[in-house]
Design a protein around this ligand. Sequence first.
Ligand code: TYM
Length: 323
Amino acid sequence: MRILSGIQPSGRLHVGNFFGMMEPAIRLQDEGEAFYFIADYHSLTTVHDPGTLRGNVRDVAIDFLACGLDPAKATFFRQSDVPEVTELTWLLSTVTPMGLLERCHSYKDKTSRGLEATHGLFAYPVLMAADILIYDSEVVPVGEDQKQHLEVTRDIAGKFNHRYGEVFVIPEPRIRGDKAKVPGLDGQKMSKSYDNTLEIFAAEKALRKKIMGIVTDSTPVDEPKDPAGSIIVDLYRLVAGEAEVEAMEAEFRAGGVGYGDFKKRLFGAFWEHFEPMRARREELLADPGYVDGVLASGAERARAVARATLDRARAACGIGGAP
Ligand code: TYM
């Protein structure tokens, strides 16, 4: 089974990325041939400072490795180290109906939040389709918010195959049942663009401050509280065991414990959950050559696969070869 996923280097990784994609992807590296990459071409739509972009790529690489991506099992690389993907994007563009892209929520969301309506932002899903199709991916672990992009990918692959023959594998999204849409501190989907994230590797003081700052209603300490829909309980569920969550829910209902105490408990559980990964990250930070080596050998492996698929697609549509 060929597995593939990508993550944008548009800032520090947050627990939405972790539970929605990274944790399932790390689990899948034992079940098949995994390809995971850092989508720096995609980030050009939002990150416009070259130094920041390179720094973010390095941070994402270190953080993903610290969380358990094993480069002996998964091919880990930077998207732009395989420029073949941009050529495939063009080939795919010629079969992509405008209406398909016009329906994409992500473009509408981003432009309505004030991002410039560039062609890159509009054509973003076609590059994403090329990412997936160029590695003959069968399974793509992603969070709920990428579902539509996977549907677009399947449509584009189908159109190309229909026109030129069976060139591409049609991929399946793998979206987990429970943690595919992790809420942020304000209850909306956790996202850097909503400024509601908990970073996986936030400093202790900053993390505590964010968690203690979660807005709650003004129910007095002694009164019963409703655990359903409480963002504190929802976030606690990510990092605590079933029995601990049930205990917190019961204390909500019983009254006698204030929101501040629940938040402290939430902070403690978060801090503990990521402790082993923080330790691993310290080791990686001390060995920059290791990370460079991982990405270089990943790029080499990925590029060989991508080249073969691109050649197949070029031949199918009459590009290259003897005229
Ligand atoms: P990106 O960088 O926004 O997010 C990376 C992954 O994290 C998931 N995610 C979440 N999951 C649950 N709850 C949340 N609050 C949450 N926030 C983010 C995303 O669903 C995603 O799986 N377009 C992609 C990157 C990409 C890609 C690809 C992915 C480029 N090419 C090819 C798969 C295959 C993106 O922007 O993800």
